[in-house]
Design a protein around this ligand. Structure first.
Ligand code: ATP
Length: 233
């Protein structure tokens, strides 16, 4: 569904990605792993068009999307749950959700406000509260719900469990597992490998702006040297 090939991305004169390449197969959960500052968020920015690449090609369903503005990439069905959640603080939960409503996947049974509230009942209880009044976990649910309201075919989550309590993290993982079972394609950036390995299919490890390893969950979990060298765990 998504293919990055030879991606080179810069911030001014500083190069952050050096030939980044990865593939997300339809219906699978693919992860992008690596220590801080290695280029994961920049890869996400290159995919969604907020940090455009200077070289290389990004294809989504066979169509070249590199070079397109972010709103056109979103319209093709790529939803983002951004690092730091970035919910609109002075909009209510309801307004945060309906602000992005669209059926970009064109499915028969699209995500609606009601469906998102069924999926995250805690948001239903907080519907008229402002984004800034929510707990971290509720904000994360709101960020995921907001991305679902676009009805994406690919959902990208950048550090979706960062800073959350274990119980809330477990709830997020359960929800993501349900989304996978519904057929959604997911690209996941996260540090809690042990918690999400069972729902992930393929992993890519990024080091200094390029992929240094790719493989399956069992291969990754069983390789202590790999985890210690590239992930610091
Ligand atoms: P983290 O987990 O800390 O977000 P990351 O793997 O997502 O790390 P990036 O944020 O993509 O890493 O950063 C990759 C490189 O690009 C780093 O060297 C970083 O310092 C640099 N970088 C990121 N954002 C900017 C920016 N806005 N301006 C200049 N350099 C940046």
């Amino acid at each position: 569904m998504l293919e990055l090939d030879g991606i080179e991305t810069f911030y001014g004169t500083i190069q952050a990605l050096f030939g980044m390449a990865l593939v997300c197969e339809a219906g699978q959960v693919t992860t992008l792993l690596g220590r801080n500052g290695m280029g994961k968020t920049t890869t996400v920015g290159s995919i969604i068009g907020t940090v455009p690449c200077r070289a290389g090609t990004i294809r989504f369903d066979g169509e070249v999307i590199s070079g397109k503005p972010a709103y056109e990439v979103a319209q093709r069905g790529i939803g983002l749950v951004p690092e730091g959640r970035q919910v609109f603080p002075n909009l209510s939960v309801r307004e945060n959700l309906i602000a992005t409503a669209a059926n970009y996947s064109g499915g028969d049974d699209p995500w609606t406000l009601e469906r998102v509230l069924d999926f995250f009942p805690r948001l239903a209880e907080r519907l008229d509260n402002q984004g800034s009044q929510l707990s971290g976990g509720e904000q994360q649910m709101l960020a995921i719900g907001r991305a679902l309201m676009l009805n994406p075919r690919l959902l990208i989550l950048d550090e979706a469990t960062e800073g959350l309590a274990p119980l809330i993290r477990q709830e997020i993982w359960r929800r993501l597992e349900e989304l996978k079972q519904s057929g959604l394609t997911i690209l996941l950036i996260d540090k809690n490998i042990d918690e999400f390995a069972h729902i992930a299919d393929t992993h890519y490890i990024v080091e200094k702006g390029q992929v240094v390893w790719q493989g399956l969950s069992d291969e990754l979990l069983g390789d202590d040297e790999l985890k210690s060298n590239y992930l610091g765990i």
